[in-house]
Design a protein around this ligand. Structure first.
Ligand code: GLN
Length: 236
């Protein structure tokens, strides 16, 4: 890895990464390589302290018990928190929103403290939310609809320091009845969308990369991505 290689931190893929979420790191790497920018995925497992030196981080979804292991590890090694404080972009999927919040309640009704990177709390909803979710982004710089797949029991309530990522047009999203999807707080973005979400939403992928590099990137014209989006959005 040379000094100019962009390091993409894939956080705890051994315990978090359902429904292809680890693919988000691969999408980031590929979109950089297609622009002739060196990039590598750094696997940060339960055996590693979390480094604060990556240029961007992704975390995937998980089951309740795996979430607990991740929470403990991120508390013990606060590299992710330190990087985010410096404005390094972080993408947190589903369970990772919950882990990054103040606390979450498991399906069994147990309350677990999170790492408070997000001003949010999560509690189980009556019904599990499963299926396609489509939303319109609020984030400056994003204009295309967001598309993904959700599967969660938790419903997330946002506090004053957290803003929603998008307005739901189909599906459930945060699941507390306000028709909102995801969380934005500083450089950290959370979403309930699996997919992997960055394969389906190239604008969001480039948003994270531009934040990571501090520069604009030339657009990529990838017909297969356009086709994937068209196919996913067709019936919504
Ligand atoms: N265990 C969490 C919930 O059901 C997250 C699930 C997930 O990441 N898919 O809310």
């Amino acid at each position: 890895m040379s000094e100019s290689t962009v390091r993409i931190g894939l956080v705890l893929p051994d315990v978090m990464g359902t429904y292809g979420d680890n693919g988000n790191a691969l999408i980031l790497r590929q979109r950089l390589r297609m622009r002739d920018i060196d990039a590598e995925v750094v696997h940060i497992t339960l055996n590693d302290p979390v480094p604060e030196s990556c240029e961007v981080y992704t975390l995937g979804g998980a089951e309740d018990s795996a979430q607990r292991l991740a929470t403990r590890h991120l508390t013990k090694y606060p590299g992710l928190q330190k990087a985010a404080e410096r404005g390094v972009p972080v993408l947190a999927i589903c369970a990772a929103i919950q882990v990054l919040g103040h606390w979450y309640e498991t399906s069994a009704g147990e309350r677990v403290d999170g790492i408070s990177m997000f001003d949010v709390t999560t509690a189980p909803q009556e019904k599990r939310s499963i299926g396609e979710v489509v939303s319109e982004p609020f984030l400056d710089g994003l204009s295309a609809k967001l598309t993904g797949f959700e599967n969660h029991r938790g419903g997330t309530t946002l506090g004053l320091d957290a803003a929603p990522l998008a307005k739901v047009t189909s599906g459930v999203g945060n699941g507390v009845g306000d028709g909102r999807e995801g969380v934005v707080q500083g450089s950290v973005i959370g979403t309930y969308m699996h997919g992997p979400v960055l394969a389906r939403n190239p604008e969001l992928a480039d948003y994270l990369l531009e934040k990571a590099l501090g520069t604009r990137l030339a657009p990529l014209d990838l017909p297969e991505v356009t086709q994937l989006r068209r196919e996913r959005l067709r019936h919504m």
